[in-house]
Design a protein around this ligand. Sequence first.
Ligand code: CMP
Length: 226
Amino acid sequence: MSEIELLSSVPIFSDLQSTDLEELHSRMSIRKFEKNDIILMEDEFGDTLFIINKGSIKITRVSEDGREVILAILGEGEFFGEMSLLDGQTRSANAIAQTGCHVLILKRHDFLQVLEKFPKIAVSLLSELAIRIRKSDQQIESFALSDAEQRIGITILRLAEELGTIHKGVVRIAKLPYQQDIANMAGTSRETVSRMLKLLEDKSLISRKAHTLSILDYTKFRNAFM
Ligand code: CMP
């Protein structure tokens, strides 16, 4: 996919005409990151918006006892770094490359100009932020559950919504994050995730092959955890 095609596939830019996309593209630069590189750090001042061209990144915070909590995993066409551009505060979380990544970068001044010139982008941005708040609300709600297995179930449902493809009632998550990352999303240990995945397999609720997890009956799985 060309960078212009990528920009048109980013939900907040999908209303732009091709000349506008070209103008936007001309204001951007590209940067590459290796797996595990820290792209931005919580509490730093930042003046750039990032759009993922290739690869995936995780948004994390570190708890007081040093545990990583994963707030979101973002993939191709998704953006991050907008919060500190909008409120002028420091970065709210860390962004770490989960794989090798190519990201497009837009400076604050250009981002704010684009928002002024294209109010529809501002509305789409608000809609995307609303989606993220809804997901965070679900994560907060699930963290209040004492049952780690239920939290893992809810995390798998979230990954299915974000990364899954559906075919004949089976939802396939092709690039399942590492068990440690699932644990950090669900607020539990890698061992509990490993045990739980095996249990779900024994109950024929899921099947696994390499990095692909399939939810065999999505409705049944959902009813078991929601
Ligand atoms: P910013 O605060 O500039 O830098 C960290 C970025 O992480 C933030 O902008 C958002 O883009 C992203 N981010 C923070 N919290 C969440 C969340 N709960 N879900 C998705 N992305 C987030």
